[in-house]
Design a protein around this ligand. Sequence first.
Ligand SMILES: [Zn+2]
Length: 111
Amino acid sequence: MEGVTFKVQGSGIEPYEVKFLRSSKSGLSAYCSCPAGENGMTCKHRLSILDGNQENIVSSNGADVKIVQSWLFGTDIEKILLKMRHLEAEVEKVKNELSSTKKALAKAMRA
Ligand SMILES: [Zn+2]
């Protein structure tokens, strides 16, 4: 099985280990040694690398982010990530709409 492991500087003293494995079954799996990752939750360390970000990588293989991104294509992770990004954009839209509605309410109350 092909794999790439990065050391990523997070909020802890020691860098976290972020590992991506390419498998014929699921296409791609991703692990992180941060507290969220170890508890089976999603974390920014893996998302950041899947987004092509090398910023917090402290190992010398930062350029391998491109390899990991090429593994993402056509996987369930890619589909779910796209859905998540879409929902995040929707949330942002609703937040802005709520904010301007509150302003309109305040204005109407002063009239
Ligand atoms: Zn993590």
